[in-house]
Ligand binder design. Structure first.
Ligand code: 3PG
Ligand code: MG
Length: 401
């Protein structure tokens, strides 16, 4: 597929509806992590530099079609003004006469922020009336919200059908990085997948065994795979009802030629707490009263060897209980190895999804990765091989309705 970027659009004097994801953590009315906001700055700068008028469309939280005052976007205005170095005017509705009036009164050089699109029930239903009302406010639609692209909502999908559309700079960077990692990757490709449960990453693992050369499985879900091989995992987190599924994934990997790397040594403890007494044992020797909280050094060395030979890495999820030291050791070591190879120009490394960014930041490795996605759920659905509605609708080869 192909998509237009801002470079393909004539922005001068145009009203540009920009779908952004500013669903950021807020505490006591102040933004506590403005990463998602700062990464939108290139898009806003480029639109303004080309003489376009940016109108921001965004959701916040899950108000389910109701007007929930605590989920207003108004408190985000100062963080947006700081990140974009421009005045931001707020309008309390994302459609209708109020939005039209705010747009008419907008100072040149200013950015208009429209209220939470999810205050209207039509947003999540991708209602065509709401999409038309929103589209009436703009001349061009620019989607810069990859992290909401897995939602087929009026502001992510419906509006794109009604206006000339393009990807913003952040969306463009996400798509290019993801395409480089799974679309047409340089091989060998390694996927590192961790996290607690197989059940939440079933489709993802099923897709990866078809696409990657090596699949490293860590975190709690590795225990389920060990158990599927008949290994006793003691009191470890383990999804007993997923053993057949895990075995099926292992069998599928054999047919596709994907080498699966599971822990061969484990770090076990009797308590789940920072600094708990622990020991390192072979993976098949977890005591009945202990739980596996991390992979051991031999496993880390095997991961490092796979990474040494790899050209491309996709990473989602921690390798162990990274939030409690010393059970962050395998995650940190593997992340630092990936960072080192990326710095040396040997590896293209892409990471995303939920805890992953926190884990890589904690390892001090995030800054060296080739690309860190801002997306959680959308990154996972992309790893599952699903078409993302907000991306698919931008496809310039799509037959227009
Ligand atoms: C996110 O923060 O994950 C995105 O903004 C999407 O939000 P949602 O999961 O509520 O659709
Ligand atoms: Mg989400």
């Amino acid at each position: 597929m192909g998509w237009n970027t801002l470079d393909d659009m004539d922005l001068g004097g145009k009203r540009v509806l920009v779908r952004v994801d500013i669903n950021v953590p807020v505490e006591n009315g102040a933004v506590t992590d403005d990463t998602r906001i700062r990464r939108l700055a290139p898009t806003l700068n480029d639109i303004r530099a080309a003489g376009g008028k940016p109108i921001l469309l965004a959701h916040f939280g899950r108000p389910k079609g109701q007007h929930v005052p605590e989920m207003s976007l108004l408190p985000l205005v100062p963080a947006l003004e700081a990140a974009f170095d421009a005045p931001v005017t707020f309008c309390a509705d994302c459609r209708g006469p109020a939005a039209e009036a705010a747009l008419a009164a907008l100072d040149s050089g200013a950015i208009l922020l429209l209220e939470n699109t999810r205050f209207h029930a039509g947003e999540e239903k991708n209602c065509s009336d709401l999409a038309a009302e929103i589209a009436a406010l703009g001349d061009i639609y620019c989607n810069d919200a990859f992290s909401v692209a897995h939602r087929a909502h009026a502001s992510t999908e419906g509006v794109a059908r009604l206006l000339p559309s393009c990807a913003g700079r952040l969306m463009q960077a996400e798509l290019e990085a993801l395409e480089a990692a799974l679309g047409k990757p340089q091989r060998p490709v390694v996927a590192v997948v961790g996290g607690a449960k197989v059940s939440t990453k079933l489709e993802l693992l099923g897709n990866l065994v078809e696409k990657v050369d090596h699949l490293v499985i860590g975190g709690g879900m590795a225990n389920t795979f060990l158990a599927a091989q008949g290994i006793d995992v003691g009191k470890s987190l383990c999804e007993r009802d997923m053993l057949d599924t895990a075995a099926a994934i292992l069998a599928k990997a054999e047919t596709t030629g994907c080498a699966i790397l599971l822990p061969s040594d484990i770090v076990v403890a009797r308590e789940f707490k920072a600094g708990a007494d622990n020991e390192t044992l072979p993976a098949n020797s977890c005591p009945a009263d202990a739980m596996i909280l991390d992979a051991g050094p031999e496993t880390v060395a095997r991961i490092a060897a796979v990474l040494d030979d790899a050209k491309t890495l996709i990473w989602n999820g921690p390798m162990g209980a990274f939030e409690i030291a010393p059970f962050d050791a395998a995650t940190n070591a593997a992340a630092q190895k990936a960072a080192e190879l990326t710095r040396a120009g040997q590896l293209i490394s892409v990471a995303g999804g939920g805890d992953t960014v926190a884990a890589l930041n904690q390892a001090g490795a995030a800054g060296d990765f080739t690309y860190i996605s801002t997306a959680g759920g959308a990154f996972l659905e992309w790893m599952e091989g699903k078409a993302l509605p907000g991306v698919a609708v931008l496809d310039t080869s799509r037959v227009l309705a």
